[in-house]
Ligand binder design. Structure first.
Ligand code: NAI
Ligand code: MG
Length: 801
């Protein structure tokens, strides 16, 4: 025992260990091994096991069953069987179950916090004060959604069986982020916890039993990546919700492509932490501690790239180092520990190797002098300075307690540096100047932005990324929508989409050269259609055209056969038209109204064109009429499809802002060539996207006839680009293009498109042919299109006292 004088001098903490006997007793009771939880019960032990360790001691904790394909199959079958009854329950009944789960989590919060810390290595202070309370919060919040969904999402229904595949950094919290909304919306779940940290999920299974959750509603299958892969690929799964590495996210995108499964991916990040010279530097230093040393830096949205205003960089780094000297690395169960253990040796090795790489690339690596605990897998808080923006450690997610610093001179440079990454999960901005902070918030490409704060989470706010950080949101209204489906929202169930190959045009020979018949049967309106790129008509790169015939077989004319190069030019033009995205909703509405007006002025001509393609005169007139009406309607929406303000933590407002994707691809179906084109392109334009559209292959003239209308309606060049040709081939080129953020693909097999889009993980959307009655105005259709034309950025702003 130290003398009082000595204690006062050092002001050191004494050991303050949290008791772990309840957890020890629970583990002892399961010394034979933990098995899967399927259909309301734990399964009989199989043959294969894996070991789970305590990272702080480097000792084994338990053995856990390794899930086989047969286990996955049993769990999916149980979830399938449970789905009809569970989804048919009144929302209020599901709410009661969710509420009971929340209460049980609270009743066992100390147990769960200790278990989480022992299994993962995270400090008890964090599991006790952050992870477990947020778990309860998610179940309570979603108990509320269970009550409200029927009224708030009319016509929506549950997706079905959801596969939840989660990582090891926030084991129980990630479980809650997926199971709570899934159950609220009426889905059943098969969850696969991470192989390093399955224990809290198994404790959660016990809670499901205790509250009497109907068997099969929640199933838990343990195992490694192979179990996860089997689950994601299982044909009985309707939706996959994944959190983890970008690499595995991409594999799951490919594995589920064309299956009709709904997919949300919450992947890695390399999030900027931007400090301006007018920031409160001491607060910002504390912010860095929370940004990168929270959970040992094993956080997908960790502020791992410190971008410092040049003038304060030196002072800031000095303050930061002084603070780092005070961080306590050690026993996760000690209440005064700031940084616990790294989850597994493989992760520790990965961190070490990346830091060595940083050193080799010229970085100056600094960490405080305090020794690390002798046993266990620990890594000190580390700062790497003096690196180039293109160095490995500035680009790669380290997923450990390591921050890198870069400097900038101007806000513009800060935004450029912030966005100089393939990720787009989160950003933290520090400035006392509200104009500057909000300006930078608008410029940063990230799904979550915190002003003068970092790592704030709440069940009411959406969380999820832009770019290669994935798509879909968890939490908030936008998160619950990921677990619902409706005719208008639906992905394409595989059977429908793959069965309905688009009618290939006889006019496109293998070589791509079409010959017009010379027999005098050419129709009177034979204009030479061109491509429309950057506001100008352009000849196709191939130099080829294809013949378009009407239903009677009569030749209607020739349309250009666009290729990869034309798409590339169109994407370039679209990127240059950034002003369209920056324009106000009001300005965009005016342009869309102008288009509608000009469509109306030329309706006779457009009708005649459609009629010549083979339709009856009144059908053609009806299609034109509908197209005009719909353009008016999306013009109306341009300044009305608002975001929301989420009610999250006190002293903050959380703005759920709808931002356009930027550059979108839209592949139109063959049918209703004018109406479908307008119904897809107008909402995308209304929300501020720049579009590359591939019109109906059967009747491209319905779109190419619109060029003059666009020219005379003040549509800025590049906002809309049209490339005619082989729909599916061009669709694949769009899917593979890295500078297209989202792709709508209608009327064909979505599988190859989804697979090809895995490269930059672009969001894809298909409405299957049977679903889309282009003439109908089903309720919710406008909103479905407008939602898919935007992504949500949640901006957390300090507000009130
Ligand atoms: P991981 O992405 O391999 O694991 C996440 C989950 O996916 C685990 O449950 C795992 O069993 C499962 N899984 C693995 N392969 C799968 C497959 N082919 N199909 C379906 N499921 C599969 O991440 P891992 O290997 O644990 O960590 C590697 C790196 O990934 C880390 O160093 C870190 O950089 C990053 N990471 C990022 C996370 C995030 O939240 N953004 C979380 C965990 C890791
Ligand atoms: Mg792995």
């Amino acid at each position: 025992m130290a003398a009082i004088g000595e204690i006062l001098r050092t002001m050191d903490y004494g050991p303050a260990p949290e008791a772990n006997d309840h957890v020890r007793a629970w583990l002892d009771a399961h010394s034979a091994g933990f098995t899967h939880f399927i259909d309301g019960d734990f399964t009989a032990p199989g043959e294969a096991w894996f070991e789970v360790s305590d990272p702080a001691q480097a000792t084994p904790l338990a053995r856990v069953a390794q899930g086989s394909d047969a286990d996955v199959d049993r769990a999916v079958s149980a979830a399938r069987r449970a789905h009809p009854a569970w989804s048919a329950l009144p929302g209020h009944a599901r709410a009661r179950y969710l509420y009971a789960i929340a209460r049980h989590v609270q009743k066992h919060e100390r147990f769960l916090a200790v278990l989480e810390s022992v299994d993962n290595g995270k400090p008890i202070r964090e599991s006790r004060d952050i992870d477990i309370p947020l778990v309860a919060r998610h179940f309570t919040h979603h108990a509320g959604w269970a009550e409200l969904i029927a009224g708030e999402f009319p016509g929506a229904r549950s997706v079905g069986v959801c596969a939840a595949i989660i990582p090891w950094n926030f084991p129980l919290l990630m479980l809650a982020w997926k199971i709570a909304p899934a159950l609220a919306a009426g889905n059943t779940v098969v969850l696969k916890p991470a192989e390093f940290t399955p224990l809290s999920a198994l404790a959660f299974a016990d809670i499901c039993r205790q509250i009497g959750l109907p068997p099969g509603v929640v199933n838990i299958v343990c195992g490694d990546g192979s179990t996860g892969a089997a689950l994601a690929a299982h044909p009985g799964v309707d939706k996959v919700a994944f959190t983890g590495s970008t690499e595995v996210g991409r594999a799951i995108r490919r594995a589920t492509a064309g299956s009709g499964k709904k997919l949300s991916l919450e992947l890695g990040g390399k999030s900027p932490f931007i400090v301006f010279d007018d920031a409160d530097l001491d607060s910002a230093v504390e912010g860095v501690v929370d940004a990168i040393w929270f959970n040992q830096g094993e956080v997908c949205c960790a502020g791992s790239r410190l971008l410092l205003h040049e003038g304060i960089a030196e002072r800031f780094i000095a303050k930061l180092k002084a603070r780092m000297e005070k961080l306590r690395v050690g026993d996760p169960l000690d209440k005064s520990t700031d940084i616990g253990a790294i989850v597994a040796p493989v992760q520790l090795t990965r961190i070490r190797e990346l830091v060595e790489q940083g050193r080799r690339e010229g970085g100056i690596v600094w960490c405080p002098a305090a020794p690390l605990p002798a046993a266990g897998w620990f890594y000190p808080p580390t700062l790497i300075t003096g690196i180039a923006p293109a160095s490995t450690v500035a680009e790669v997610e380290i997923f450990g307690p390591v921050a890198v610093t870069l400097t900038f001179r101007t806000p513009t440079e800060a935004v450029a540096l912030a966005n100089n990454t393939r990720y787009g999960l989160a950003a933290s901005i520090w400035s006392e100047n509200i104009n500057l902070a909000l300006d930078v918030a608008a410029g940063v490409k990230a799904g979550v932005v915190w002003l003068n704060a970092t790592n704030l989470f709440d069940a009411a706010a959406g969380f999820g990324g832009f770019k290669e950080s994935g798509f879909g949101r968890e939490g908030g209204r936008e998160g619950i929508a990921e677990y619902l489906t409706s005719a208008a929202h639906a992905g394409s169930p595989s059977g429908v989409a793959t069965g309905a190959a688009p009618s290939r045009l006889s006019g496109i020979p293998a070589g791509g050269v079409a010959e017009l018949p010379g027999d005098g049967t050419l129709p009177p309106i034979d204009r030479t259609a061109k491509l429309y790129i950057g506001g100008k008509q352009a000849r196709p790169d191939s130099g080829y055209s294809f013949t378009v015939t009407g239903t009677s077989g009569a030749v209607l004319g020739a349309a250009p056969l666009g290729n990869r190069k034309d798409i590339r030019n169109a994407v370039e033009a679209a990127h240059k038209a950034a002003n369209w995205s920056a324009a106000s909703g009001h300005n965009r509405a005016q342009v869309l109204y102008y288009i509608a007006e000009n469509l109306a002025a030329r309706s006779a001509e457009l009708t005649e064109r459609l009629r010549a393609a083979g339709g009856a005169a009144d059908a053609a007139a009806h299609e034109v009429h509908r197209a005009i009406e719909r353009t008016f309607r999306y013009a109306a929406w341009a300044d009305k499809f608002d975001g929301r303000i989420h009610s999250t933590k006190s002293r903050h407002v959380t703005l759920a802002l709808r931002e356009p994707w930027g550059v979108m691809g839209i592949v139109c179906p063959d049918e209703a060539p004018l109406l479908a084109f307008v119904s897809l392109v107008m909402p995308a334009l209304a929300m501020g996207n720049r579009v590359i559209a591939v019109p109906s292959q059967a009747m491209p003239f319905a779109a190419t006839d619109l060029y003059q209308i666009f020219d005379t309606s003040d549509v800025p060049g590049g906002a809309i680009n049209i490339v005619t040709g082989e729909r599916d081939a061009l669709g694949l080129v769009l899917a593979e293009h890295d500078d297209i953020a989202a792709l709508w693909y209608h009327g064909g097999a979505i599988g190859p498109i989804e697979a090809a889009s895995a490269g930059n993980l672009k969001a894809t959307w298909a409405v299957c042919p049977g679903d889309a009655d282009w003439y109908a105005d089903a309720p919710g259709t406008d909103a479905a299109h407008l939602e898919r034309a935007t992504q949500i950025k949640n901006v957390w702003i300090p507000y009130g006292a």
